[in-house]
Design a protein around this ligand. Structure first.
Ligand code: SAM
Length: 209
């Protein structure tokens, strides 16, 4: 079964769009998109030949090896076609920024970075991508921030750059965990104040929000 993280990403893909999954690894996401009739117009790519071999084996398991093209490519370097949406997930912000440094990046991006969300929000803002939707989820023990960007200029406040645009319970819990961790490392009482503020906010959020 697809992880909640990948399922949340899949839910952001518009029906029948032309999608590339950069750094596909096991190709679970392209397989899910195809099998669930979200789109059958998917290309999967990865920088590693070894990884692509196992993606191919996975595609074969579902008879999709002739339906989902696999491309060996470092980011967009070897991608000649254009796409409606690129998914770049499960990588660090530094790698994602390097991948985005290419003139062939589509107008819609779905990005899940493992770190440095602030740096990445700033970078995408400088490339004139707007945060269309930002979702925080807890999948097993980890929090993930998933952002759908569209090519459009937007002005973000410093707090939006820092904290993004999620406003659901998982997001505030994620911040609480982060500040707790910062407090544990620094014993800076300011972080305890932040946690108090976050607790007050969480209490006000309706259940299931
Ligand atoms: C942790 S996996 C994430 C797989 C999948 N995207 C997900 O979110 O579950 C990271 C994958 O990105 C690939 N990767 C890392 N740097 C890359 C790059 N510059 N271009 C393309 N793929 C890259 C790795 O080979 C690996 O398969």
């Amino acid at each position: 079964m697809l992880s909640l993280r990948l399922k949340t990403i899949a839910d952001l893909v518009s029906k029948n769009s032309n999608v590339i999954d950069i750094g596909t690894d096991h190709a679970y996401l392209p397989i899910y998109l195809y099998q669930n009739n979200i789109t059958n117009n998917i290309t999967a790519s990865d920088v590693s030949p070894r990884v692509l071999k196992s993606s191919y084996e996975n595609l074969k398991k579902y008879n999709l090896e002739n339906k989902i093209p696999l491309i060996l490519s470092n980011g967009f370097n070897n991608i000649k076609k254009t796409f409606d949406i690129a998914i770049i997930a499960g990588m660090g912000a530094h790698t994602i920024k390097t991948i985005l440094n290419n003139s062939n990046i589509p107008n819609i991006l779905i990005i899940q970075s493992n770190n440095d969300h602030y740096e990445l929000r700033k970078y995408l803002n400088s490339l004139n991508y707007k945060i269309a939707k930002e979702i925080a989820i807890k999948d097993k023990k980890h929090y993930y921030i998933i952002i759908k960007y569209i090519k459009e200029k937007e002005t973000l406040t410093n707090s939006e750059l820092l904290f993004g645009k999620s406003n659901n319970i998982d997001y505030f819990n994620y911040l609480k965990e982060k500040y707790q961790d910062l407090y544990n490392k620094s014993h800076n009482k300011l972080f305890l104040d932040y946690i108090k503020i976050l607790n007050n906010l969480i209490e006000k959020i309706p259940v299931n929000y």
